[in-house]
Design a protein around this ligand. Structure first.
Ligand SMILES: [Zn+2]
Length: 117
């Protein structure tokens, strides 16, 4: 069984891999950008926190923007940054025919520790 989730925009049930997850995390992901609050696009779909899903399509994203679907789902204001991040994700997915595991890797805690004398 493939785990399915419902898109907050069109309410279609889809495989998790066909959806993009937005998550409200417990701690601020970007302290330098407080306007982002604790929301982020969860590429791994494994981040802890309250999540909402949207189809990997421009169509649903546009509707989400119009209907403020995520705001309704989280009952909270969502920064336009999140919609912008989603747009980037969806645009990338639609341009790339083959899914590559292209992730922007930030140095992990261990890597930083190793670099210390
Ligand atoms: Zn949808």
């Amino acid at each position: 069984m493939i785990p399915t989730r419902r898109c907050v925009v069109c309410f279609a049930k889809k495989a998790k891999s066909d959806l993009i997850r937005i998550v409200r995390t417990a701690s601020p992901a970007q302290p330098d950008k407080p306007e982002r609050k604790n929301f982020c696009v969860d590429i791994t779909q494994k981040q802890a926190g309250r999540g909402a899903y949207i189809c990997n399509s421009q169509d649903c994203l546009q509707k989400a923007r119009k209907k403020r679907a995520f705001e309704r789902s989280f009952k909270q204001n969502i920064s336009n940054d999140i919609y912008a991040a989603l747009e980037t994700r969806i645009f990338q997915a639609e341009t790339m025919t083959t899914m590559t595991t292209k992730t922007t890797m930030l140095p992990t805690k261990t890597e930083r520790l190793q670099n210390e004398p």
